[in-house]
Design a protein around this ligand. Structure first.
Ligand SMILES: Nc1ncnc2c1ncn2[C@@H]1O[C@H](COP(=O)(O)OP(=O)(O)OP(=O)(O)O)[C@@H](O)[C@H]1O
Length: 246
């Protein structure tokens, strides 16, 4: 479970990223986070794996007080939270399977990492993850030889092979054409349903968010202005979320 209690985030330059956020997300939810550019969507999801530290309030993720984490505890915690970026963040000149296996590195000894000695279990896990996103046949191809949609699937497979139970995706389909974007959203949906992973997606494509996610959280100026079932989002709510204010 993810629980924000009166969480705020002020960046070192004084910009207020989040303002008094109160939120509970149960394991297995599929949540879309919407809002205008600069509203605080990325800040919100990046606090969950402590990529952004919070400056007030309490953030509990799977019974862990995230603000108190450091060193080994933080590394251990991050194994449970996978991150998927708009730009895929793959190692381009390396095979797909090596990219997916990189998620297993935190579980390995230094020497094994140096020699690339992944266990049979790790390899099977990586292949299973690639199979789940439909690109098992690409396992031994270099990552930079794949299309954008395929690269995003590798990124998703990497998060799955990590055994994360929470997947945070920051604009995962923004760089993809409409058909490929849907295919990747289908993957997220399937993984959410089959594996009961919590999925939080920052997404500018509102129609995709409404169609695929179960719950919408709308952010405006660092505050939550709507939180409810995707099916209950009306045009009036969207007009309010996206209204530019002077
Ligand atoms: N590292 C930073 N230092 C200072 N201010 C920041 C930093 N990162 C984000 N901000 C500011 O915090 C606010 C929220 O930004 P955030 O990136 O979370 O918005 P967003 O909703 O994800 O926007 P977008 O859709 O454009 O990615 C903005 O005013 C932004 O300028």
């Amino acid at each position: 479970m993810i629980k924000f209690e009166n969480v705020s985030k002020v960046y070192p330059n004084g910009t207020r990223g989040l303002e008094d956020i109160n939120l509970e997300i149960e394991q297995g939810e599929f949540v879309g986070i919407i809002g205008t550019s600069g509203a605080g969507k990325s800040t919100l999801i990046r606090t969950i794996n402590a990529l952004n530290n919070i400056t007030a309030g309490t953030l509990i993720v799977n019974d862990t007080d995230v603000a108190k984490l450091k060193g080994k505890g933080l590394r251990e915690f991050r194994k449970h939270v996978g991150m998927i970026f708009q730009s895929y963040n793959l190692v381009p000149r390396v095979s797909v399977i090596r990219n997916v296996l990189s998620s297993r590195v935190p579980n390995m000894s230094f020497l094994k990492v140096c020699f690339g000695l992944f266990s049979k279990e790790d390899k099977l896990k990586a292949l299973d993850a690639l199979n789940r996103v439909g690109i098992l046949d690409k396992a031994y191809i270099r990552a930079d030889q794949l299309s954008g949609g395929q690269q995003q699937r590798v990124s998703l497979a990497r998060a799955l092979a990590q055994d994360a139970d929470i997947l945070l995706a920051d604009e995962p389909v923004a760089a993809l054409d409409p058909v490929t974007a849907r295919e990747v959203m289908d993957d997220f949906k399937r993984i959410n349903q089959e594996l009961n992973k919590t999925v939080l997606i920052n997404i500018h494509h509102v129609e995709l968010a409404l169609e695929y996610t179960d719950r919408i959280i709308a952010v405006k100026k660092g505050r939550i202005v709507f939180d409810g079932p995707s099916s209950s989002v009306t045009q009036e709510i969207l007009d309010d979320v996206y209204r530019k204010e002077a």
